[in-house]
Design a protein around this ligand. Structure first.
Ligand code: C2E
Ligand code: MG
Ligand code: MG
Length: 620
C-alpha cells in the first residue's frame, strides 16, 4: 500500500509541472476560440455537472440525458477538463470522467484533482468499459463508475443524483453546521453556503463584512467568561436581526470575529448600530468595542475568500481606534498593504546596511532644583532609502505580526548596551539606558539569557540597563510576563511599565505585578491643565506609585506648564520634547558630560558614521 501511495505522489508531483505547461496551451485554445461558452446562469438552482470524454457521441449521449436536470459543461480531453474545472470549480457539483483518453487520461485527471485543495471536494464518476480499471479508479478517489456502453438513462440519472447528494452531505457534515454558542453558522459551513449563495444570486451586489472586537479578552478577565459569552450571543442576535431584512448569511469565524455576507447596504453606520444595539446596555468597558471592515463588490471581481480577506484588511486598519467604527476597503488600504509589504521585503537589507538607527531620549530627574539627566530611552528609527524616516509606530506593529521584531530588538538591545559602555569610556559618564521590550519578545524563552549576556559582554551593572514593557503586554498575558519579569529582576534588572493608563490593569493586578517604575501614558500629559481630569488622573497614578513604592515617569512633556504641574504633583522623572528630542548617541554623551562638568577633548568624540543627509532625515 505504501508503495502504491508513493507512486501516487510521484504522479502527483509530475502532474504539477504538467499543469504549469498547460497554461500556455490554454491561452492558445482561448485565442483559437476553442473553448465553448457554455456558462449560462440559471435563476433556478440547477446544479452543474461536467462531462469529460474524447468521443463526441459519448458526450452527446450523456449530455442529452443529464440536460433534463443539470447544466452541463463539456470537455473533450484531460487538459481541457482541468482548464474548465479551474474556471468553474465553484459551481461544479460532479464530474463524469472517461478513463481512456489520449494524452492526459482519466487517471491523470483524477490525480490532479486529488492533489488540489479546491478540486478535491468535487465528486467524480468514471466512465469505463474495463472491469479492472474500476477498482483502480475507486482507489484513486472516484466515487462511482458507469460502465460503457451506457445503462438506461434513469439509472445514469439516479447514480449521478445520489453521488451529488452524498458529496454535499459529506461536505456539510464535515462542517458542523452551527456554532454552539451563537447559533450562527460555523466558518466551514459559511464558506460552503457562501459559494452557493453567489451562484444563486449572480447579479446581486454584495458586501463581505468582518466584525471583530478590540481587546475582547478584557471582558472575560474583568467580568468572567459567562458574561463574555453573553456579549458574543448578543452580537449574533444583532446580526440575525440584520438578516431578517437582508438576504445573506453569517458565521462566527473564531472567538470574537464574525463574518457576514449580505446584499449591498447603503448605510454602514446604521448597520453597525443595529448589530451593536443589544449589547450597549451590557457593556460598560468603553475601550472594548466592535469594529467592522467592509468590502463591497458588484462584479465578483475576487473569489469569495478573497473578498473576506479585503474586508479583514479594512477591519484591521481600525486596530488602533478606541471607539466603535467601521471602514470600507479602499485602494489606499491596498497601497498601505504594499507599503508594508515593501518594508517587510527591505528588512534584511536594512539590517545589513545599518539603516536602523538607535536614538536616545534623555529622562530627567526633577526632584532637585534643576532637572538632571538620570537615564535615557533607546528608540529605534529607520532611515529608509526610498521613504526617508519611517516611524517605529509604523513598522513595530508590523514586525510584531511577522515575527521580525525579535531580530530588530536584539539589534537595538545590543547597540544600547554597547552605547552605555561607550559613553563611560569616551566621556566618563554613566547614563543608564532603557530599551523597549515588545509584547512578542516576552514569549522568547532565552530573553533573560540575552539580556544577561549583553550586559556582561559590555561589563555593565544590570542597574545601568533597564527594560520598558508596555502595560497592555502585562494585561494580555499576565502569567507569562510576571514570570519573565520576575526572572529579570532576580538578575538585578529594573523593569518599567510603559504607557501606563492605556491598558487596563486593575489595582489588584498591579499589586501582583513586579515592576520598578510606572511610565505614565503620554495621553494624560498631552491634555494636562491645572483643573483637568488628566490632572486628577496624574495625581492618582502618583499615589498608586507611592503605594507600590516606585517612581512615576511622565513622558511626552512638551511645555513648561506641563513640567511644573508634574513637578508640583510629585512626579519624579520626566521625558519629552520640552527637555530634548531623541538625539544621536554622541550628542547625548556630550550633554551628560557637560552637565556633570566633565571636560571633553574633541579627539575622544566618536563621531557617528552617518552622512549628513541621514542625520537630517532623522529629525524631520
Ligand atoms: P514609547 O516607548 O512609549 O516611546 C515614546 C515615544 O514618544 C517615542 O516615539 C518618542 O519619540 C515619543 N516622544 C518623546 N517625547 C515626546 C513628546 O514630548 N511629545 C510627543 N508627541 N512624543 C514624544 P517613537 O520613537 O515614534 O516610538 C514609538 C513607539 O515605538 C515607542 O513608544 C515604543 O513602543 C516603540 N518602539 C520604539 N523603539 C522601539 C524598539 O527598539 N523596540 C520596540 N519593540 N519598540 C520600540
Ligand atoms: Mg518606551
Ligand atoms: Mg511609552
Amino acid at each position: 500500500m505504501d508503495e502504491f501511495m508513493d507512486g501516487l505522489w510521484d504522479d502527483v508531483g509530475s502532474m504539477d509541472s504538467m499543469i504549469d505547461g498547460l497554461v500556455d496551451d490554454v491561452i492558445d485554445s482561448v485565442i483559437e476560440g476553442m473553448v465553448d461558452d457554455l456558462y449560462n446562469y440559471d435563476p433556478g438552482y440547477r446544479r452543474t455537472v461536467m462531462v469529460v470524454d474524447d468521443e463526441e457521441t459519448s458526450r452527446a449521449m450523456l449530455g442529452n440525458i443529464l440536460d433534463q436536470e443539470y447544466d452541463v459543461i463539456y470537455a473533450q480531453d484531460g487538459r481541457d477538463a482541468l482548464y474548465q474545472i479551474g474556471l468553474h470549480k465553484e459551481r461544479l457539483s460532479l464530474i463524469l470522467l472517461d478513463l481512456m483518453m489520449p494524452d492526459l487520461d482519466g487517471f491523470g485527471v483524477l490525480n490532479a484533482l486529488r492533489a488540489n485543495e479546491d478540486f478535491r471536494r468535487i465528486p467524480v464518476i468514471v466512465l469505463t468499459a474495463e472491469k479492472e480499471a474500476e477498482v483502480r479508479s475507486l482507489q484513486q478517489g472516484a466515487v462511482d463508475f458507469l460502465a460503457k456502453p451506457f445503462d438506461l438513462p434513469e439509472i445514469i440519472l439516479a447514480r449521478v443524483r445520489r453521488s451529488i447528494e452524498l458529496a454535499e452531505d459529506t461536505n456539510i457534515i464535515k462542517a458542523t453546521e452551527n456554532d454552539s454558542l451563537t447559533g450562527l453558522y460555523t466558518r466551514e459551513f459559511f464558506f460552503e453556503y457562501g459559494h452557493r449563495f453567489d451562484y444563486r444570486h449572480p447579479a446581486m451586489q454584495t458586501d463581505a463584512i468582518v466584525l471583530n472586537f478590540n481587546r475582547f479578552h478584557m471582558i472575560n478577565e474583568l467580568y468572567g467568561r459567562n458574561f463574555g459569552d453573553q456579549i458574543l450571543f448578543r452580537i449574533a442576535d444583532g446580526i440575525r436581526d440584520v438578516l431578517m431584512e437582508k438576504e445573506g448569511l453569517a458565521c462566527r469565524y473564531d472567538a470574537d470575529t464574525y463574518y457576514l455576507y449580505i446584499e449591498h447596504c447603503e448605510d454602514y453606520q446604521a448597520l453597525m448600530d443595529r448589530i451593536n444595539a443589544g449589547m450597549s446596555d451590557l457593556l460598560q468597558v468603553p475601550e472594548v468595542r466592535l469594529r467592522m471592515g467592509v468590502f463591497s463588490d458588484n462584479f465578483r471581481s475576487d473569489t469569495f475568500e478573497g473578498r473576506f480577506d479585503k474586508a479583514l484588511q479594512a477591519c484591521n486598519s481600525l486596530r488602533r481606534k478606541r471607539i466603535s467604527s467601521f471602514a470600507v476597503y479602499t485602494n489606499d488600504m491596498h497601497e498601505h498593504e504594499l507599503f508594508w509589504a515593501k518594508l517587510l521585503e527591505d528588512f534584511e537589507l536594512a539590517i545589513e546596511d545599518k539603516q536602523f538607527k538607535v536614538l536616545y531620549q534623555p529622562k530627567y530627574d526633577i526632584t532637585g532644583e534643576k532637572p538632571v539627566i538620570s537615564s535615557a530611552e533607546a528608540l529605534i528609527s529607520w532611515v529608509h532609502p526610498e521613504f526617508g524616516r519611517v516611524s517605529p509606530g509604523e513598522f513595530i506593529p508590523l514586525f510584531e505580526e511577522n515575527g521580525l521584531i525579535q531580530r530588530l530588538d536584539h539589534y537595538v538591545w545590543s547597540e544600547a548596551a554597547a552605547q552605555v559602555r561607550q559613553w563611560k569610556d569616551a566621556y566618563g559618564v554613566t547614563v543608564p539606558v532603557s530599551v523597549n521590550v515588545s509584547r512578542v519578545d516576552v514569549y522568547d524563552p532565552h530573553i533573560v539569557e540575552f539580556f544577561t549576556e549583553v550586559v556582561e559582554k559590555n561589563e555593565l551593572d544590570p542597574q545601568e540597563y533597564r527594560l520598558e514593557v508596555t502595560e497592555s503586554a502585562y494585561t494580555d498575558n499576565s502569567q507569562q510576563i510576571i514570570e519573565v519579569v520576575e526572572r529579570l529582576r532576580a538578575k538585578g534588572f529594573k523593569v518599567e511599565m510603559d504607557d501606563f493608563g492605556s491598558g487596563y490593569s486593575s489595582l489588584n493586578m498591579l499589586t501582583l505585578m513586579p515592576l520598578d517604575a510606572l511610565k505614565l501614558d503620554m495621553i494624560f500629559v498631552r491634555n494636562l491643565t491645572a483643573d483637568s481630569k488628566e490632572m486628577r488622573m496624574v495625581k492618582l497614578v502618583i499615589e498608586i506609585a507611592d503605594f507600590l513604592g516606585v517612581p512615576v515617569i511622565a513622558e511626552g512633556v512638551e511645555n513648561e506648564e506641563q513640567y511644573h504641574l508634574l513637578k508640583d504633583a510629585g512626579c519624579q522623572i520626566v521625558q519629552g520634547y520640552y527637555f530634548s528630542r531623541p538625539i544621536l548617541p554622541d550628542e547625548l554623551g556630550r550633554l551628560a558630560a557637560k552637565e556633570q562638568g566633565i571636560e571633553i577633548k574633541t579627539d575622544e568624540i566618536n563621531i557617528e558614521d552617518l552622512e549628513l543627509k541621514d542625520i537630517e532625515a532623522l529629525f524631520i
